[in-house]
Design a protein around this ligand. Structure first.
Ligand code: ZN
Length: 414
């Protein structure tokens, strides 16, 4: 009991100190910006006989990239005068933001409405305080990394009604999200506002990078005309993700953004595919066709702000993939929640509990007395004489195989 009180007291003390530290850091950041504004106005800095386009610390900060002929002083000034919006402060957003801030992009916006969770840590390395807003977490880190960058946070979910206002003051948008609905929305708004999108995605051991809505290149709707059924979309929480895989794509998004800002003439519409299933990961580049004339977004009849906003944020068939595109034929199968299932257990109701996840997830953690459908199916298919006894018991208990499969499909979707 005494230990608990000591723990609570120390945690409260640390929390209070963190709050003070955050406030002092914000004050310091504001003051540094003020100093920078005094020492580095938009025009040239006079220094005796010479005029300098940047302050001394900017030469020190960016010197290693400025000596590259591909960047140079002009490229650095282009970066400083640029405004980049990053939608999503997760596994893609963290590395992308880090490199953009480090490179000296003048103004960066972050859109995210999530809070930090312990499960984020293995890939979202800017976040270390569970429960904190991801936007606040990013801003704190970015200000320490480079106080010269102006940062604006948007703690909100991107929806049609706010997207145009948020996008308005940025030159390029980085799509670091993980949901199809938001991907279509970002692309559509970018088409309407004629802004390029650097789109990244990663799941399991695969990643993908593509620049959209730029020059005559395609938009997201050109590449994926039909939103996938919601039931087929896997999140990182369901499918899994390896930290360095999503980190690689996030870094490449920052790289593509820097190229677009400093040397846009080198752009060609391509899709980069990354696979890390072997010790030597592979990169493959696929040349893309230009935008489609019949595309409902970027085609001959270009999508407009009023069309996007009139579709609403939740029930849009145009902007949302959350609307299932297939009819469910198995509505007679009901789903139950955790509390209801606990009541089944308490009442000792006769039932068979099938776990439809893969064998790996089943091995990590499973409910008592549940049976892995994958393992069960493989034994049933092979008719192996070595099948564990519980498989034989399950087979006997549940002879209607098709009925089991129906149940599994529905369970997986919910
Ligand atoms: Zn298109």
């Amino acid at each position: 009991m005494e230990q608990d009180e000591t723990l609570c007291r120390l945690e409260s003390k640390v929390q209070a100190l963190q709050t003070q530290l955050d406030a002092a850091s914000a004050e310091l950041h504001a003051y540094k910006i003020l100093l920078n504004q005094r020492s580095a106005p938009e025009s040239l800095i006079e220094d005796g006989n010479r005029s300098w386009p940047m302050a001394l610390d900017e030469y020190q900060r960016y010197g290693r990239q400025m000596i590259l002929p591909e960047i140079g002083l002009n490229g650095q000034l282009k970066l400083r005068n640029s405004h980049v919006l990053v939608v999503g402060a997760g596994g893609l957003g963290c590395p992308a933001l880090t490199y953009l801030v480090g490179a000296g992009v003048g103004s960066i916006g972050i859109v995210d409405n999530d809070e930090v969770e312990l499960s984020n840590g293995h890939r979202q390395f800017l976040h270390n305080r569970p429960g904190e807003s991801k936007v606040d977490s990013c801003i704190r880190y970015m200000r320490q990394l480079n106080p010269r960058v102006a940062i604006q946070g948007f703690k909100t979910r991107l929806v049609p009604s706010n997207a145009f206002g948020i996008f308005a003051s940025y030159d390029i948008v980085l799509d670091c999200t993980d949901g199809p609905a938001t991907r279509y929305l970002i692309s559509d708004v970018a088409v309407a506002l004629r802004k390029p999108v650097v789109s990244g995605s990663a799941l399991k051991l695969d990643g993908q990078l593509v620049v959209l809505c730029h020059n005559d290149g395609p938009c997201y709707r050109c590449l994926f005309p039909v939103p996938p059924p919601a039931s087929t979309v896997l999140s990182c929480g369901e499918g899994g993700i390896l930290g360095p895989v999503v980190g690689t794509i996030g870094v490449l998004q920052a790289l593509a953004c820097i190229h677009l800002l400093t040397s846009p003439e080198t752009f060609t519409p391509t899709m980069l595919l990354f696979n890390a299933s072997t010790f030597a990961p592979s990169f493959r580049t696929v040349r893309l066709r230009g935008r489609k004339a019949d595309c409902p977004a970027c085609g001959i009849k270009r999508i407009t702000q009023s069309i996007i906003e009139s579709e609403g944020s939740e029930n849009s068939e145009l902007c949302s993939a959350d609307v299932p595109t297939v009819e469910r034929t198995d509505r007679h199968v009901e789903s139950i929640g955790a509390e209801e299932y606990n009541a089944v257990l308490q009442n000792r109701d006769h039932h068979v509990l099938l776990d439809v996840r893969d064998e790996n997830q089943f091995a990590i953690c499973a409910l008592p007395n549940s049976h892995s459908m994958k393992i069960l199916t493989s034994y049933l298919t092979d008719r192996s004489p070595t099948a564990p006894s519980y498989v034989k018991r399950s087979t006997n208990l549940c002879p209607g195989g098709q009925k089991c499969h129906d149940l599994c499909r529905v369970s997986k979707r919910q």
